[in-house]
Ligand binder design. Structure first.
Ligand SMILES: Nc1ncnc2c1ncn2[C@@H]1O[C@H](COP(=O)(O)OP(=O)(O)OP(=O)(O)O)[C@@H](O)[C@H]1O
Ligand SMILES: [Mg+2]
Length: 488
C-alpha cells in the first residue's frame, strides 16, 4: 500500500462550506460568539448598504490575536483549545469564523490588534475559485487603512474587526437589495437581543451605534410570573441546571414586560425549552419532542443550562442551532414539562379564555333531536336587546338577518382544522382594546336606563361572559353611563 496526499479543491469545497444552512442572523451571532469568547465588553456592529461597497462589520474590544493566531483562525478547523474551563468560551469546532462569514458573503476580512501590532487577512471566494487553491491574502497596513471600522479599531488597545463584503447570497434572492439587506440586519439585531440576553449587563452590543434592547424571556425579576425553584439533572457526575417559568397571562402583562419578552405576538412560537450553552441561547421555542406546541402551553418556558463539557451528549451542530435531548435526561424532564404545561393551561384559562369566562354565553350550544350540535347567538345579550330596542320592530329584522348570516356562514370546518393544527395560532384580539370597547358599550347601554336601575342592571350584565372581565371596572362603567346620559 502507498499513500498520496490529496488537497481538496478549493472551488469544490467552497460550495459545501458555504451551504451549511446558516441564516444571516445565525451567521452574525457566530461572529459575536467569538467576540464574547475573546472577553470583549463592547461589540459594535455597523453596516451600510451602498451597492458594490456594501459592508457589515463586527468590531470588538476583546483580547485580539497575534499574527500566528490570526493565520490559524483563518484556516479551516483552527487549532483552538476548548476544554470547558472558560465560562465565556462559546466556540467548539474551529470553523465558525470562516463558515459563518462565507455563508453570507464572498469576501471577508479579519483585522486584529494586540500589543500595538496590527495584522489582517482576508478570503475572497472569486479569487479562490479562480486559483482553485487555498491562498490566504495577508494585508499590509496601507491596504487596511481604507477599510470600514479600521479607524475605530486603531482607537482600541486590543480588539478584532471582521468585515463582510460582496453579499451575493442576499443579492441572489432579491431585486430590492437595500431593503432586504436592512431587514436582515434588523432581524439579526433582534436575534442577538435574544440569544445574548444573559450577557446584557456585562457586554454592550450596539447595532449602528444603538445599543440592543434588554430581553428577558422569563421575566425573572417579576412576581406576576411564576418561577419554579432551580433544580438540576445529573449526567454522570455533571450537573445540568434547569428552571421552569410560567409567564403571566397576556392581559396582565405591562408594556415593559411585553418588550422584555419580545412582544405578545411571538409568545406561542416561543414556548417550551430554552437551551443555553455557557449562557448563550442556542435553541428555544421548541419542546424537543416532549410536548407539542399549543395555545394553552404558550406561557411555559423551561431554561436548561448545558455545560460545554457535555456538548457531545446533545449532538450539537457547527452552527450550534440544533441539539437532541439524550434519552436519560428526557426521562428526568417529563415531570417538569408536565407541571409547566398544566400551570400554563390553568393561568391561560383562568384569565383569558373567553369560552368559559361567564355564566351567560354569547354563543348557545344546543343538541338537536337528531343528535347534531348547533351553535346560535344568544339573542338575549344586553347589546342585542338594546340595539333591537333602538332599531324598532321593522329594522330589527335586518339585525336578525345579520345574526342569522353570521351563524349560517360560521366556517366550522376551517375552525376545526385550525384549532387542531398546532402550528396555527388563533388570534384572540387585542385584549386591552377589547375591554375598553366593552366598557364603552356597556356604559352606553346603561345610560338608556333610569339612573336608579343602572347599578342593579350593571351587576346583571357583568355576569355575561363577554362582560365578566369588566368586574373590576364596575365603578368606571357606571360613571361613564351617567356621563353619557347627561350629555345626551
Ligand atoms: N473576535 C475574535 N477575537 C479574538 N480571537 C478570535 C476572534 N474571532 C476568532 N478568534 C480566534 O479564532 C479562532 C477560530 O474561530 P472560529 O469561530 O472559527 O472557531 P471556534 O470559535 O474555535 O469554534 P466554532 O467553530 O465552534 O465557532 C477562535 O478559537 C479564536 O481563537
Ligand atoms: Mg467561533
Amino acid at each position: 500500500m502507498s499513500l498520496i496526499q490529496k488537497t481538496p479543491s478549493a472551488k469544490k469545497m467552497l460550495v459545501g462550506l458555504r451551504s451549511m444552512g446558516y441564516s444571516f442572523s445565525t451567521a452574525l451571532a457566530d461572529i459575536v460568539d467569538n467576540s464574547i469568547a475573546a472577553h470583549a465588553s463592547k461589540i459594535w456592529i455597523d453596516s451600510e448598504p451602498q451597492d458594490k461597497n456594501t459592508y457589515l462589520y463586527i468590531l470588538d474590544n476583546g483580547t485580539g490575536m497575534n499574527r500566528d493566531k490570526l493565520i490559524d483562525a483563518l484556516s479551516f478547523g483552527s487549532d483552538s483549545d476548548h476544554d470547558g474551563s472558560d465560562f465565556l468560551d462559546l466556540g467548539r469546532f474551529g470553523l465558525g469564523l470562516n463558515t459563518a462569514s462565507l455563508s453570507q458573503c464572498k469576501r471577508f476580512y479579519v483585522i486584529t490588534k494586540q500589543q500595538n501590532e496590527i495584522n489582517g487577512g482576508y478570503w475572497d471566494v472569486d479569487e479562490l475559485e479562480n486559483s482553485d487553491d487555498w491562498m490566504l491574502n495577508i494585508l499590509s497596513l496601507d491596504e487596511m487603512e481604507w477599510l470600514p471600522g479600521f479607524k475605530k479599531l486603531l482607537e482600541l488597545e486590543t480588539g478584532t474587526l471582521v468585515i463582510w463584503k460582496k453579499f451575493d447570497k442576499i443579492l441572489s434572492t432579491t431585486s430590492k437589495f437595500e431593503t432586504s439587506f436592512r431587514s436582515r440586519v434588523a432581524e439579526a439585531k433582534k436575534h442577538c437581543e435574544l440569544v445574548f440576553h444573559r450577557f446584557y449587563d456585562e457586554i454592550e452590543i450596539r447595532f449602528n451605534d444603538a445599543r440592543i434592547h434588554r430581553r428577558d424571556p422569563f421575566l425573572t425579576s417579576f412576581d406576576n410570573a411564576q418561577h419554579r425553584t432551580e433544580e438540576y439533572l445529573k449526567y454522570g457526575n455533571q450537573k445540568i441546571n434547569y428552571q421552569a417559568h410560567i409567564l403571566p397571562h397576556t392581559s396582565s402583562l405591562t408594556n415593559e414586560q411585553k418588550d422584555l419578552i419580545g412582544g405578545v405576538e411571538t409568545m406561542r412560537s416561543e414556548q417550551g425549552f430554552y437551551l443555553y450553552r455557557n449562557r448563550r441561547l442556542i435553541i428555544w421555542g421548541n419542546w424537543l419532542h416532549m410536548n407539542s406546541r399549543s395555545e394553552f402551553f404558550k406561557l411555559a418556558r423551561i431554561r436548561v443550562d448545558i455545560p460545554t463539557t457535555l456538548d457531545f451528549v446533545w449532538n450539537l451542530d457547527v452552527k450550534k442551532t440544533s441539539a437532541v435531548i439524550p434519552d436519560s435526561l428526557r426521562d428526568q424532564l417529563w415531570a417538569v414539562v408536565e407541571d409547566a404545561s398544566k400551570t400554563s393551561t390553568r393561568t391561560y384559562r383562568f384569565k383569558g379564555e373567553k369560552e368559559y369566562s361567564g355564566k351567560v354565553k354569547v354563543w348557545n350550544r344546543t343538541k338537536t333531536r337528531e343528535g347534531e350540535i348547533k351553535y346560535e347567538i344568544n339573542d338575549s345579550l344586553p347589546l342585542i336587546v338594546y340595539l333591537k330596542d333602538k332599531l324598532g320592530e321593522e329594522d330589527s329584522v335586518l339585525l336578525d338577518s345579520l345574526l342569522k348570516q353570521i351563524v349560517d356562514y360560521l366556517p366550522k370546518n376551517q375552525l376545526n382544522v385550525d384549532i387542531n393544527d398546532t402550528d396555527v395560532k388563533l388570534a384572540n384580539g387585542e385584549e386591552q382594546d377589547d375591554l375598553d370597547q366593552l366598557v364603552d358599550q356597556l356604559a352606553l347601554v346603561l345610560s338608556g336606563l333610569p339612573p336608579i336601575a343602572r347599578a342593579t342592571i350593571c351587576d346583571k350584565y357583568l355576569q355575561y361572559e363577554n362582560y365578566v372581565l369588566l368586574k373590576e371596572r364596575r365603578e368606571e362603567i357606571l360613571k361613564k353611563a351617567d356621563e353619557y346620559a347627561t350629555n345626551r
